[in-house]
Design a protein around this ligand. Structure first.
Ligand code: ADP
Ligand code: MG
Length: 285
């Protein structure tokens, strides 16, 4: 959390020569990118490309096999997740994790008070009410986490991030299985948070969403960052096309159709974990 007003200049993420392997499986190999200022970045790649693993390294849950990560000049790849969060990096989970035995209000208060012991409970409660109002979840303030639908749990996670006030956020498949009405709220959330000067990395299989929101696109292909740049340029990159054409599911025939059709991802495949969520049902944690 920064106390300086000069927020935008201060925001810098440096990912240097990141490697990760699980036993013999190389999941990230020499991943390099930088974020400067409140960028809105899409991160895509086939299922199993390493997107969630990268997120887990950036937030401190996993240690890299090689390489470094710096946030505003401070090395964070050696820190535990709570210190990475305190340094200003927040994330949501592909499989949502609301505290089931706490109320919605407590779900917002507990991480915020644990992380930033500076404000009073009353101040946090005030902020939580504002956050719930923004998420159109005020009527759920005293419900237990377990009573929420999968989509509402995703909103609650976004609410928690607002409470923590990170400088940079990573959203791992925030739209997967979410009702269109809630999708709109998540769109609003992204625009609001980005307007507040925070950088966002958005991981999504939904190409329409990615191309609507992202100003920059990173493409991960089985551990290699094969593209990084303007989404309209990246989507025509031969390497990127090859990566997606190499998937099992063929790209749909699109006679000069919309962008999203020209660059179709393999969306819901059987057994894919992000298909487990729906608006009414709970997440299969
Ligand atoms: N903890 C782990 N142990 C072993 N293999 C893992 C682990 N986490 C992820 N993997 C493997 O790493 C690869 C990348 O997974 P992941 O980062 O979840 O991809 P994505 O999010 O792009 O779909 C997959 O082959 C996955 O099976
Ligand atoms: Mg993933």
């Amino acid at each position: 959390m920064s106390k300086q007003g000069d927020m935008q200049q201060e925001l810098a993420l440096d990912v240097n020569h990141l490697f990760k392997n699980f036993g013999g499986l190389q999941v990230l190999s020499d991943v390099n990118f930088k974020i400067r200022g409140p960028e809105l970045i899409g991160l895509i790649g086939p299922n199993g490309a390493g997107k969630t693993t990268l997120t887990n390294i950036l937030d401190g849950a996993l240690k890299p096999s090689g390489g470094t990560v710096y946030l505003n000049g401070k090395r964070i790849d050696t820190l535990p997740p709570y210190l990475v969060a305190r340094a200003g990096l927040g994330r949501t989970f592909q499989v949502t994790r609301a505290f089931r035995r706490m109320t919605v209000m407590e779900n917002l208060l507990v991480p915020a008070m644990a992380l930033h012991a500076t404000a009073s409970r009353r101040e946090f409660e005030e902020k939580a009410r504002e956050v719930l109002d923004f998420l159109t979840m005020s009527h759920l303030t005293n419900e237990y986490g377990r009573a929420l639908s999968g989509g509402q749990q995703k909103l609650l996670e976004l609410g928690r991030l607002l409470m923590l006030d990170p400088r940079i956020v990573i959203l791992d498949e925030p739209f997967a299985g979410v009702h269109p009405r809630l999708m709109e709220i998540i769109y609003e959330w992204i625009y609001r948070v980005n307007d507040e000067g925070k950088a966002i990395i958005l991981i999504s299989h939904d190409m329409e969403t990615i191309f609507t929101l992202s100003k920059r696109l990173l493409v991960l292909n089985y551990g290699d960052l094969i593209a990084d740049g303007d989404p309209d340029v990246v989507k025509d990159d031969p390497l990127v096309k090859a990566a997606y054409l190499g998937e099992d599911e063929p790209a749909p025939a699109s006679p000069a159709g919309p962008e999203s059709a020209k660059f179709a991802l393999p969306t819901r495949q059987p057994g894919q974990d992000d298909s487990a969520d729906d608006e009414e049902g709970r997440v299969n944690a």
